[in-house]
Design a binder for this molecule. Structure first.
Ligand SMILES: Nc1nc2c(ncn2[C@@H]2O[C@H](COP(=O)(O)OP(=O)(O)OP(=O)(O)O)[C@@H](O)[C@H]2O)c(=O)[nH]1
Length: 309
């Protein structure tokens, strides 16, 4: 079976490897989610590697030759009103108490206000984490504004570093990832580097197809749907990856739902799946989807094995 080319990023690395948890905090709308997505770079299906340890909600993982950066969510800290006068919510405490680095985000185009100060003060409760400041949205601020923000932010605390970035303009995002990794403890990757393995790629592709099928479809489908990858062929005459996938359902009626009248639904699923897969494999994709009925596959050990469970 031909597979997409893979470069084992870790083999290229000569130095020490670092890995750990990072949380981006900041008041609403400062660009935390956008920056997380920019750092992660692509849609990551991490459901398959649900952590043994984690109390954290993982938003994404960045794998680099130098290390593995695991970005975690901290719901709540950006809502001062619900926190004032109360104890910090347990989840926030557990998460921020555990992470290696906290990146506090400040938009370049807005002055620092009470909300920012409040969150900054909260960070004192987490002495274990290294704190850095990220000046976000530099693309919408003038140089003078960004410089002014840098000065204001600098006065808040003794940050390990302050980095201006634009997630939208993709400016300094790589630098931020590198700097974050340098602040993590030495250690092996905490999660399997699925992006670097064939098995990981196949699993992710089938997950993406499965997710696409389940978008806006009957509730009766989820438990009776399995997607397998039959073959992946790297075309030699052009930059194209051919993917042959099977969609297994339990009943003819379900097959009908997925195919839709005149095959319209399946066509749409194919197009949307392709759009989701291409950024992950980094090339154009031809996708063949075949819908098959495997009666009671959930209860049949042989079938389960064939379906990769
Ligand atoms: N121009 C520009 N806009 C950005 C950038 N990053 C984020 N934004 C915009 O700022 C808004 C808020 O971004 P989010 O990433 O949702 O911010 P957030 O901090 O996660 O917000 P909450 O979920 O409310 O905490 C969105 O409209 C983004 O498109 C950037 O680098 N440049």
């Amino acid at each position: 079976m031909a597979r997409p080319p893979k470069a084992s990023k870790r083999e290229e690395s000569s130095g020490e490897f670092r890995s750990g948890f990072v949380s981006l905090v900041g008041r609403p709308n400062v660009g935390k989610s956008t920056l997380t997505n920019a750092l992660v770079g692509e849609k990551v299906a991490i459901t398959s590697s649900k952590p043994q340890t984690t109390r954290h909600t993982i938003r994404g993982i960045t794998n680099r030759p130098t290390g593995q950066l695991i970005l975690v969510d901290t719901p709540g800290i950006h809502r001062p009103r619900t926190l004032l006068g109360e104890r910090l919510n347990a989840l926030v405490q557990a998460t921020l108490g555990d992470v290696d680095v906290i990146g506090m985000c400040f938009p370049a185009d807005e002055p620092i206000g009470p909300g920012d100060r409040f969150i900054n003060e909260q960070l004192d409760k987490y002495p274990r984490a290294i704190k850095i400041a990220v000046i976000t949205k530099t693309d919408v601020a003038s140089k003078a504004q960004t410089a002014e923000r840098l000065m204001q932010v600098q006065e808040l605390r003794d940050w390990a570093t302050i980095i201006p970035v634009s997630a939208v303009g993709n400016d300094q995002v790589d630098l931020l990832a590198d700097e974050l990794i340098q602040l993590l403890p030495l250690g092996q990757p905490l999660y399997p580097d699925e992006t670097n393995t064939d098995e990981g790629i196949e699993k992710r592709i089938s997950e993406l197809i499965r997710e696409t099928i389940l978008e806006g479809v009957h509730e009766e489908l989820p438990h009776s749907l399995a997607v397998t990858i039959d073959d992946m062929i790297e075309r030699e005459d052009k930059d194209l990856l051919e993917i042959y996938a099977n969609v297994f359902v339990e009943r003819d009626s379900q097959k009908g739902i997925i195919i839709g009248s005149g095959g319209e639904r399946l066509k749409d699923i194919g197009q949307r799946s392709r759009a989701a897969i291409e950024p992950v494999v980094g090339q154009k994709v031809f996708l063949s989807l075949r819908v098959k009925v495997a009666k009671d596959w959930q209860r049949d050990p042989k079938l389960l094995q064939r379906l990769g469970f």
